[in-house]
Write a protein that binds this ligand. Structure first.
Ligand SMILES: C[S@@+](CC[C@H](N)C(=O)[O-])C[C@H]1O[C@@H](n2cnc3c(N)ncnc32)[C@H](O)[C@@H]1O
Length: 308
């Protein structure tokens, strides 16, 4: 299967990095190499480090960038990017890009088990290592499953779905994506089944986030990126749902906050200075034209901060 990913907010993201031909850049989520390729095209004497945790993505981006000697492709979790960049003597950097989440390739490739549209072993591991979605649904307690579905899927039917999973696995282990999708469908009230969208969508998102530790990795990745940025360097982050966006928004807001003394203090005693400024106050959403072309981009946001 060809590795294709249609990057969301593509031109806006590349423009927001203000790429210098002699700069050093990190693409922490290389995927199919769309963004990496666009960055490499703009470099002369600069360097690009393209990271992904998925071995399939690494193969795809290596092929895509084979004619760009400025680029290095490295398989790692982006939470490790500071260590990797230091090892490769690429710090400090001028810009970091994180295009968070799952790629179209991962979603559409039935073998990877991310999608409730195709039958496949229930896997969802981006790095192909560690605990899979199959392990979670067959071993976690009812409370643990309900908590994951509620917290990471924001699904109000979490308790019923968790109960349905426990009941089903007492009969036989849950092995495949469609088996799980059917169990979820049967566990939600009839009114929910009639709503638009598949009733399994939120549970699949929740399991994917849990399997890949996505929210913790995102927090760690943001700190790692900010720690190796030069003054004037830029961090651009694209997210696909509100849980991720909240983390990015709050982290960037904390870097951009200066004095926190009460307003009635005559002089500042906290001494806190902002470490960054935002490029777009509220982040950037896809245009109407992009939404029409790519409905998957509906909840995407681009947030960019500049280190001071
Ligand atoms: C939305 S796609 C990126 C697509 C890419 N921007 C392009 O132009 O093709 C997200 C990619 O990030 C990778 N990824 C997600 N979380 C990661 C993490 N914590 N560390 C490294 N790679 C990660 C996924 O494996 C996937 O290939």
């Amino acid at each position: 299967m060809e590795f294709q990913h249609k990057p969301v907010l593509f031109d806006e993201t590349i423009a927001s990095l203000a790429i210098r031909p002699d700069g050093i850049y990190i693409d922490g989520t290389a995927g199919g190499g769309g963004h990496s390729h666009a960055i490499a095209e703009k470099l002369a004497t600069g360097r690009l480090l393209s990271i992904d945790q998925d071995p399939d993505a690494i193969r795809a981006v290596t092929e895509r960038l084979k004619n760009y000697p400025c680029s290095i492709v490295y398989q790692a979790n982006f939470s490790e990017m500071a260590k990797v960049a230091e090892k490769l003597q690429l710090v400090p950097v001028d810009g970091v890009l994180l295009d968070i989440g799952v790629s179209s390739y991962q979603l559409d490739n039935p073998e990877r088990g991310f999608s409730y549209h195709n039958d496949a072993p229930l896997d969802m591991r981006m790095s192909r290592q560690g605990v899979s979605a199959r392990d979670l649904v067959n071993t976690l307690t009812w409370q643990e499953l309900a908590q994951i579905i509620s917290r990471y899927g924001e699904d109000k039917n979490a308790r019923g779905i968790a109960k349905g999973i426990i009941k089903a696995r007492e009969q036989e282990p849950i092995e495949t994506t469609l088996q799980l999708a059917e169990i979820i469908k049967a566990s939600v009230p009839a009114a929910v089944r009639r709503e638009p969208g598949h009733p399994a969508r939120k549970t699949f998102q929740a399991l994917r986030i849990a399997v890949n530790g996505e929210l913790d990795r995102l927090s760690q990745g943001l700190d790692a990126a900010f720690s190796i940025l030069k003054p004037g360097g830029r961090l651009a982050v694209i997210t696909f749902h509100s849980l991720e966006d909240r983390i990015v928004k709050q982290r960037m807001a904390s870097w951009c906050t200066g004095c926190t003394c009460p307003p009635d203090f005559p002089v500042c005693v906290c001494g806190k200075k902002p470490k960054a400024e935002l490029l777009y106050k509220k982040g950037l959403a896809p245009s109407e034209a992009e939404l029409e072309q790519n409905p998957r981009s509906r909840s995407a946001r681009l947030r960019v901060c500049i280190k001071l």
